[in-house]
Design a binder for this molecule. Structure first.
Ligand code: SF4
Length: 382
């Protein structure tokens, strides 16, 4: 049986706005298996992105997680991400779980270069590894250098040994802030830059040395997206959440990014949650699919099964609305309901052609209708 890397249990998220309380996630349950690509699909406003943000525990006010658990497998056992202290969360974000945010230009800081932004993540999470490399370098230099330079190198070595023992050492940080002494940090920055160049090469960015010194406004849309992916992968996270990473890109760049993500996923051995509203992309990259509607996961199955035998009326409608040459284009009537006053019972009932009285009263249960195929609909499970 495939190992589970993360599990969302009964997740409830609300936004307290001036208009009223938005019931954004209504007891969401999801299991993410190690090494898979799980697609999360649904219309805009169905709760896909906020599910991703909740896994990272980065929901900001007026949003509030009011119930449930996000269980993550770590070396020390299972932890509930939602119950962790901010200092611990900072350690696992980037290293364990990372996210590629929507809109690469908004995700990048306009006043820092590409190198600065990727290096920041590397120096925060991989400082020990960088220190070890620097120490090796200093040892080599000591063998070759003149007697005059040796005492300075020994002082540098002492500082790096201290940093290796305690990467967050206050003494080292204080020394780094003194202009002349702080120059020892240049070695660390140079090592991080080497990693940045390597990552940019992995992202298939031409002339990575030049791109590393560019600012976000100098990058094309596809290039900015690759940089955002590089930041997310810089610490080889075990779980990567990609939130609509190809939405604003033209189709050729979109295809390149999808290919790249597939390749990088195998190379870095990462589990991927791919959030999108595009069923075509789901078919291309995912192993399993979770269909979301108005804050609920309404169907979950393997990708082939979802396309071959969709069970939930919403999934069927989503598949029918994919434009295909020679086929009648059928759009889903109505729109996603306001989640301030969501419909009672099944939230899809105002748009469902199969709705019965019970659907307006009782919220259907999330049941396994076929092996590995789960659905939340009163038409199944009695
Ligand atoms: Fe339609 Fe009822 Fe199923 Fe909801 S529970 S999808 S309203 S049949």
């Amino acid at each position: 049986m495939t190992e589970t890397i993360a599990k969302i249990e009964n997740l409830v998220l609300k936004f307290y706005t001036y208009e009223g309380i938005v019931h954004a996630l209504d007891e969401v349950n999801l299991e993410i298996k190690k090494g898979e690509t799980l697609g999360v699909v649904g219309e805009t406003g169905c709760g896909k992105s906020v599910t991703g943000l909740s896994i990272l525990s980065v929901v900001v006010p007026p949003g509030k997680i009011e119930g449930g658990h996000v269980l993550l497998q770590t070396d020390g056992g299972t932890i509930d991400v939602l119950q962790q202290r901010p200092a611990y969360l900072r350690k696992i974000r980037g290293r364990k779980i990372a996210m590629i945010f929507q809109e690469p230009r908004a995700a990048l800081n306009p006043v820092y270069t590409v190198n600065d932004q990727i290096s920041e993540a590397i120096l925060l999470h991989r400082k020990t590894e960088m220190c070890e490399r620097v120490l090796q370098q200093i040892d080599e230099e000591v063998k070759r250098c003149s007697q005059l330079k040796r005492p300075f190198l020994k002082i540098e070595k002492k500082i790096y040994e201290k940093m290796l023992k305690n990467p967050d050492s206050l003494l080292v940080d204080t020394l780094a802030s003194i202009p002349i002494i702080g120059r020892f940090k240049n070695r660390l920055k140079k090592e991080a830059r080497k990693e940045v160049i390597k990552l940019l090469k992995d992202m298939r960015i031409p002339d990575p040395e030049r791109v590393a010194d560019m600012y976000p406004h100098e990058l094309s849309g596809g290039m900015a997206q690759r940089v955002v992916i590089a930041i997310a992968l810089s610490c080889t996270p075990e779980l990567l959440i990609a939130d609509e990473p190809t939405t604003n890109l033209d189709v050729t760049v979109q295809a390149q990014i999808l290919e790249l993500l597939n390749e990088l996923k195998s190379k870095y051995n990462t589990t991927l949650i791919y959030i999108t509203h595009d069923m075509g992309v789901i078919a291309e990259v995912c192993d399993r699919v979770a269909v979301m509607y108005a804050g609920n996961v309404v169907e979950l199955a393997e990708v082939y099964e979802i396309f071959k035998d969709p069970l939930h009326p919403y999934t069927k409608a989503l598949l029918q609305s994919i434009p295909r040459p020679g086929h009648k284009f059928i759009s889903i009537e109505g729109s996603v309901p306001s989640l301030i006053n969501p419909p009672k019972g099944c939230r899809f009932h105002p748009r469902c052609a199969y709705a019965r009285e019970v659907c307006t009263l009782v919220k259907p249960q999330f049941l396994e209708a076929k092996p590995g195929h789960f659905v939340q609909c009163n038409l199944y499970g009695g």
